[in-house]
Design a binder for this molecule. Sequence first.
Ligand SMILES: [Zn+2]
Length: 360
Amino acid sequence: MITVEECRLAPKVLLHDHLDGGLRPSTILEIARETGYDKLPADDAVELADWFRTAADSGSLEKYLETFAHTVGVMQTAAALERVARECVEDLAADGVVYAEIRFAPEQHLEGGLTLDEVVEAVLAGFEAGREAARADGQGIVVGCLVTAMRHAARSREIAELAVRFRDRGVVGFDIAGAEAGNPPSRHLAAFDYLRAECAHFTIHAGEAFGLPSIHEAIAFCGTDRLGHGVRVTDDIDLSDGLDGAILGRVANYVRDKRIPLELCPSSNVQTGAVASIADHPFDKLARLRFRVTVNTDNRLMSDTTMSREFMVLHKQFGYGWADFERFTVNAMKSAFIPFGERLTLIDDVIKPGFRVLMG
Ligand SMILES: [Zn+2]
């Protein structure tokens, strides 16, 4: 048996976490008060946290999107962005995350008059302050920033240029997010062609709400380094003869052969209906078939979760022990967008020793 306290001690790696999906409820209330944002559905931190979880759980896309309208709504000034970014790093470090890539969409934070560059600068300053605060607390954490473009919008090329402009100042990659259906990744080919020409890293939300065609485009047309979720790759795996007799189609084979990392987010995948329940989550099947699976939080506020809780969810459902979690963590670290040497150092000096302690 593994406890959530032990999970907190494990050195964890997080590749898929949205800045606007992880605010502290008390911070939302305070910034709303300071900035005059008056649309919040509750004025007490406990009630507000409850509202976020319930709304995100409701199965209604409208309600789910409304949760982000509020978090993004209070993230429209440099001070607010910096604070949210700092607290995000502090919260992850306190949970024992040793490496995190945190993503957000700069184009959603321009309502207060900031430019795209100012938005990114504020967030990076917040990450730096959070790293300092965590270090002072004895918690080392390395943070990379992913800049996201919204797939229903038409700014992806401009946002890709923004990511490259900040590549030596803390932005380690690019992402594309938003409603999948009707917005295939190939609509943003100009952005992906540009990034490839610049030798820049990117991931694409694909195979979450929408099926296999989205994954196929993301890898075959866009050349993505990783898949955001990618759970629907199972649509291309025939399991009628069980795991040992699994027959993989061309897309699934390609994903596995090329070791394309899957940024799986167990609780979030259930919440958004990508899978029916944790018991139905293909995490374990994909892990057993030796896909490069990683464990992620997606939106900690909406899913009321942490990396430690996601570990616990998987432990309870699939019986994973430390050797499994170490494998998933090394998978994630290998798949990070920071340089190879830095990844190796974290694996050898932080992750492996940390799990060795837990395994006794
Ligand atoms: Zn996501």
